[in-house]
Design a protein. Structure first.
Length: 776
């Protein structure tokens, strides 16, 4: 990416004109996409245009197609909806409308159109491109365009960006706006949950998704709902209502005080009959006599400032869309920019649109397995996982083959730790195992603070921040003998460690001590949970998304204050230890002017560049409208150039032009309630980890079962290095890598992975903050 970013486009000597429009329903993050496109286009030597009001702007032309300057997209990152407007345009659906749009584009000299919208908008875009030659021909024969004009624009470059809160587009794992929408839904359901618990009520919550149950499924997972109804997977059996009522009653008997049912607006039964929120409310009221309320979330879901994920996704995709325009040739099909396996990708727009239509067709012919398979690979698995942690097996625990699984938190608190414990406890119990909560980390284990955990013990934990079990950074080496003794005493046969880099080193300590302490010869899994995202073997740790959103919210407020007081530069210090992940990702999301990270350090030359840049930018700001600016400094970026010193230098060198303040965010960065992504990741990692433990406990018992400490359940004695592993998120998969195998990928001294995957985000941040000086 870096090689391309500053290469000026050579379009045969003619400056290329790239236009962007947003179409269909608005989606949070669309503005970040517009900002990314506008600035990347300008940086690459093209002219950028915004078409207002979606396709209507193309049809109307004139002042609806506006040239955009670098500063025209200032403030776009944090703004919800779409500033350039969107519309559902009837005229564009008909050929005369598209003829008019083609004429306007040629008259304006637009070479390429980037469309950000849902499947409808992208279908329209694809049709427009396929008709383009015939549209031009017709316009020439009607005398609306000259032949020369038409010849200059014989090929239409179209690039699709998927802006849709439903996440309903095929060929991409996620669409712009879906995660923010999930934030809004979770905030609402968390609020509903507390009132439901207070009054022991049932709530039926309707969420958006006409043909796609992604929002309902993810919201169900993230809020611990009792039931979800989605179009792709109708409830099975004619007697599903009876089964549902029986389950709810059983959960109520277990002590549950609330019942949350999420209904996707397109939910259907297996005969394709709609399942409505009202139907559900009547069912719960009439059959179970529950005090039931209904909440239709409606447009609340679309609103508000985009979350970090959407800002960064849209920004990266916007920049990639410009690259795709510059790479386009008549023989290459129009691309759609997606995200697959945590990488920004280009796929065939036409194929993606066609594949999306297949889901609706599969549902219409009642091929629900086919419909689920057409969704991204994680969707199916997550549905099963939701079910596996939601319905309590009637015969939970205490089976012959049951394992006694210790669960411990290690390191600083991180969002999602409790959600992971909850999922592990419930899934383990449903599989017949006996989970034990080890309180207060290794000191707690040494002191024998170990307690069996039941289904209801973790009720409500999903939305709790911090660590309900209690956590600290102490290592087993505090007293390896006592750790081993207590594990034997409680007959713990496998260990689930949920925590940060300290949990990784704790695993290493126990692995290295296996020859001395046989109690450590059992399966252990480390689920990375740290805001710093510095554990090897995973692209994301639990808590980092929550933290990024907490940093983003603070920075948005700081930037607002800085802008209000004019001419102020805030140096914001963020956590992360020796990893610059938090600084880079938050810097991109808030449009930081500069980001200092430990991987690069800070020196005088860099400070000089930053001061020069600030002087130039403040000189360019419109009179009386100087912007507030933010610099993000990772806490360990430099020992010498502390946050205070950097700020003092900026203030001194800014003379009267600008001043500087500091903001050290500190523990606020741990966030409050975990973000939806952290909750969803927590469930996935916890369930896969219990599966891993089962697999390795069995492998151990058949290979060797000489451990004297095992008195009940399967004999577990596994010395295989592969039996102590880190559970990681790699692309869209969960992977397990042995702690020993990860050593080569680990910088133990600096407590982080040896390689980073997020440096392209840093370079893009520099590009869009006009820091061309840092890219050279
Ligand atoms: P959302 O997912 O929010 O509904 P969408 O992009 O699918 O977004 P639509 O209303 O289906 O929303 O489409 C937006 C606009 O795209 C339409 O108003 C129309 O102008 C254009 N469009 C949609 N489908 C077509 C089509 N088949 N041919 C031409 N234009 C189309």
């Amino acid at each position: 990416l870096a090689d391309h970013l500053l290469k000026v486009d050579d379009n045969g000597g003619r400056r290329r004109k790239i236009a962007i429009l947003t179409s269909g329903g608005d989606a949070p993050g669309m503005n970040a996409a517009v900002r990314g496109v506008v600035r990347a286009a300008i940086a690459r030597g093209c002219d950028a245009y915004a078409v207002h009001e979606g396709y209507q702007g193309l049809v109307d032309g004139g002042h609806m197609i506006k040239k955009m300057g670098w500063d025209d997209v200032q403030g776009y990152l944090s703004t919800g909806g779409t500033v350039i407007g969107t519309a559902r345009c009837k005229a564009f659906r008909e050929r005369p409308g598209r003829l008019q749009a083609a004429k306007n584009m040629v008259k304006e000299g637009i070479d390429a159109l980037i469309v950000c919208g849902g499947d409808g908008s992208l279908t329209g875009a694809d049709l427009f491109r396929s008709e383009w030659p015939s549209l031009l021909k017709e316009l020439v024969s009607a005398g609306e365009l000259t032949k020369e004009e038409a010849d200059n624009f014989s090929h239409l470059n179209i690039v699709g960006l998927v802006g849709s809160i439903d996440n309903d587009m095929s060929s991409t794992d996620i669409t712009i706006g879906a995660v923010t929408c999930l934030h809004r839904i979770c905030e609402s359901i968390d609020s509903i949950s507390s009132t439901a618990s207070s009054h022991s009520r049932a709530f039926v919550v309707e969420v958006m998704g006409r043909h796609c149950g992604w929002l309902a499924l993810m919201a169900g997972i993230a809020t611990g709902a009792d039931f979800i109804f989605i179009p792709e997977r109708p409830p099975s059996g004619e007697d599903w209502q009876d089964n549902m009522c029986a389950e709810i009653k059983r959960h109520r008997d277990l002590g549950k005080r609330k019942t949350i049912v999420i209904v996707c607006e397109g939910a259907i039964d297996s005969n394709l009959k709609p399942i409505t929120s009202k139907d559900m409310m009547d069912l719960l009221t009439d059959r179970l006599h529950l005090d039931t309320r209904m909440t239709i979330l409606g447009h609340v879901q679309r609103g508000g400032t985009p979350c970090v994920f959407d800002r960064n996704l849209a920004t990266m995709q916007g920049v990639e869309a410009v690259e795709a325009v510059l790479d386009s040739r008549p023989d290459i099909p129009s691309p759609m920019i997606g995200m697959n396996e945590n990488k920004i990708t280009r796929t065939d727009l036409m194929k993606a649109v066609a594949l999306t239509g297949e889901v609706a067709k599969a549902i219409a012919r009642k091929d629900f397995i086919g419909a689920m398979d057409l969704r991204d690979p994680a969707f199916n698995q997550q549905y099963e996982q939701f079910m596996a942690t939601t319905l309590a097996n009637s015969e939970e625990g205490d089976k012959k083959e049951s394992l006694r699984i210790g669960i411990i938190n290690v390191g600083a608190p991180a969002g999602g730790m409790n959600a992971a414990v909850r999922a592990a406890v419930r899934y383990a119990r449903n599989r017949g195992h006996i989970p034990f909560g080890i309180q207060n980390g290794f000191p707690g284990l040494i002191a024998g603070q170990v307690k069996e955990m039941k289904w209801m013990d973790v009720d409500g934990w999903i939305a709790h921040g911090g660590s309900e079990l209690g956590t600290n950074r102490d290592q087993p080496s505090l007293d390896l003998g006592m750790v081993s003794y207590q594990l034997q005493k409680f007959n713990i046969q496998s260990l689930l460690l949920i925590g940060g880099f300290e949990a990784y080193t704790a695993c290493l300590e126990m692995y290295n001590a296996r020859n001395v302490y046989p109690a450590f010869c059992m399966p252990m899994v480390h689920i990375p949970a740290t805001i710093s995202n510095n554990v090897p073997g995973t692209e994301f740790s639990l808590g980092c998304d929550t933290s990024l959103n907490a940093i983003m919210e603070s920075c948005d407020a700081i930037k607002q204050s800085a802008t209000a007081s004019r001419k102020r530069v805030f140096v914001v210090e963020v956590h992360g230890g020796k990893s610059g992940f938090l600084a880079v990702m938050s810097g991109l999301a808030v449009g930081a002017t500069s980001v200092y990270i430990p991987e690069e350090g800070i020196n005088l030359e860099r400070l000089q560049k930053d001061v020069n840049h600030l002087c130039q930018r403040y000189a360019e700001d419109a009179e009386g409208k100087s912007q507030g600016r933010v610099i993000i400094r990772s806490e360990a970026a430099s020992k010498t150039y502390s946050t205070d010193i950097v700020s003092a230098i900026i203030k001194e060198e800014g003379h009267q032009q600008f001043d500087s303040r500091t903001a050290i965010l500190g523990h606020i960065q741990q966030g409050n309630s975990p973000s939806p992504l952290d909750r969803v990741r927590a469930m996935r990692l916890a369930i896969c980890s219990i599966d891993f433990i089962e697999e390795h406990a069995c492998a151990g018992s058949s290979a060797s079962s000489t451990a004297s400490h095992v008195s009940t359940g399967p004999a577990v004695y596994n010395k295989d290095p592969e039996s102590i592993a880190v559970a990681g998120i790699q692309g869209s998969n969960v992977s397990f890598t042995s702690v020993e195998g990860l050593l080569k990928d680990t910088d133990l001294k600096n407590r982080k992975p040896a390689q980073t995957w997020w440096m392209d985000y840093k370079r893009t941040g520099n590009l869009l903050a006009h820091r061309f000086d840092l890219l050279k």
